[in-house]
Design a binder for this molecule. Structure first.
Ligand code: ATP
Ligand code: MG
Length: 261
């Protein structure tokens, strides 16, 4: 039987769209009938609790990684938010100030144990509970928690914008870090301006080929509607005909077909 996959969404810089892409990619998989769990592994700035309006969790991923509870206590069934049955779950990072401070003070030994806990999700959630996809939203850059997420993942969605300050860092991560861990990657160039113009598309495709030398998963235009929604909408679910939803559909299909290598 085919085993499920772990997808980490990562970037060099902050604000490249990791959280937006994680939520919507997970929702798209669920729409396609897959059983999905979305993880907030950004302990530095938890945000999924707010986007998914699940603020009163009793147990958080922090508790699981600290060894204070099993993963089943952390998972929240939000299937009612997405069409389809029993297929959309989330595991949230604790947004309390003490929890954020506590997580930023962890030592190497703790991080090693946390890596073991993340790796064991493969057996428990993909194996026993038959999840098709775990989607990890991460912190930007080379923090320990992000490296742990990447090591655990089968596939890394690398989000980047056209911004000059992001290009070299992203290039280095593609060449050094993901390669070091032998991870499959797919690049998303996000917030592309003038995306309808052919010269812009050509420029981006040339950059992908010459600079990043990584498979391109999607070019995502900058959409005013996304900013206007202020994080209140899951486009993949709430705006079925929006072009962003169509791009997500194609992205999810590429990953499902294992086309990206
Ligand atoms: N294609 C897009 N068009 C318009 N706005 C976008 C697009 N992608 C992301 N945004 C907006 O950019 C902001 C940052 O996005 P998001 O929070 O998903 O980034 P992030 O990489 O998770 O940030 P962080 O590194 O801080 O966690 C949000 O306000 C989001 O709505
Ligand atoms: Mg984020």
């Amino acid at each position: 039987m085919k085993m499920g996959k772990i997808i980490a969404v990562h970037s060099y810089k902050g604000g490249t769209g990791k959280t937006l892409l994680s939520v919507n990619l997970a929702a798209t998989f669920a729409k396609h009938g897959k059983k999905v769990c979305l993880f907030d592994l950004d302990f530095r700035a938890p945000s999924l609790f707010a986007i998914l309006k699940a603020e009163n969790s009793e147990y958080w991923l922090n508790d699981y990684l600290n060894g204070n509870c099993g993963i089943e206590k952390v998972l929240i069934d939000l299937s009612n938010r997405i069409q389809g049955k029993d297929n959309f779950h989330v595991a949230l990072a604790n947004p309390a100030t003490e929890a954020i401070r506590d997580m930023s003070a962890k030592d190497r030994k703790w991080e090693m144990r946390a890596l073991g806990k993340l790796l064991s999700l493969r057996n428990v959630l993909l194996g026993e509970q038959k999840f098709d996809y775990l989607v990890f939203d991460t912190s930007p850059g080379l923090q320990y928690s992000s490296i742990n997420a990447i090591v655990t993942a089968d596939f890394v969605v690398v989000a980047t914008t056209g911004d000059r300050s992001d290009v070299n860092g992203t290039k280095r991560m593609l060449r050094e870090m993901y390669n070091l861990f032998e991870k499959k990657t797919g690049l998303v160039i996000n917030k592309v301006l003038d995306s309808a113009s052919k010269s812009k598309k050509d420029e981006m495709n040339t950059r992908v080929k010459n600079v990043y030398q990584a498979p391109l998963l999607a070019l995502v235009p900058c959409f005013c509607e996304i900013l206007r929604a202020e994080g209140n909408l899951i486009f993949a679910q709430d705006k079925p005909t929006h072009p962003f939803t169509q791009i997500l559909d194609e992205m999810a299909k590429k990953i499902e077909a294992n086309e990206v290598n």
